[in-house]
Design a protein around this ligand. Structure first.
Ligand code: ZN
Ligand code: ZN
Length: 129
């Protein structure tokens, strides 16, 4: 039994949406019939949640393809980039939630990073909330 079959197992409703309908639901544009079914069917709605998580992971990976390297972000934080690079990074972080989040973490961590001579990766020096 494939993963998909095991996730769909248990939904024997005559109104069970097709795989495509569930995909559309994960994208946020399900039709009324699918939405009505999802409200009453835990199997199908958990399948949609699973699809959505998968898409989020994929999207994150795609984003990272176009992202500046971490050390560029570090230089940006410390004001070491030339004006052209700086503008490019500023433009990117304005549209990229992942790099923006990374910058926030770096900015928060930088006093500690300076004390350490900045060699530790950011996930180690990330302060607790
Ligand atoms: Zn169902
Ligand atoms: Zn980015």
């Amino acid at each position: 039994m494939s993963i998909e079959e095991s996730m769909l197992a248990g939904c024997a409703a005559p109104t069970a949406p097709s795989g495509n309908a569930l995909m559309a639901a994960a994208d946020g544009d399900a039709d009324e019939a699918t939405l009505a079914h999802l409200r009453t069917c835990p199997q199908c709605s958990s399948h949609v949640a699973e699809l959505r998580a998968m898409q989020a992971r994929l999207r994150r990976r795609l984003y990272r393809l176009y992202c500046p390297a971490s050390d560029i972000l570090v230089d940006y934080c410390q004001g070491l980039l030339d004006p052209y690079q700086r503008a490019a990074v500023a433009h990117h972080t304005a549209i990229c939630p992942h790099c923006a989040a990374e910058l926030v973490l770096m900015e928060r961590a930088s006093p500690l990073a300076d004390a350490l001579g900045y060699t530790a990766p950011s996930f180690v020096i990330m302060p607790l909330p």
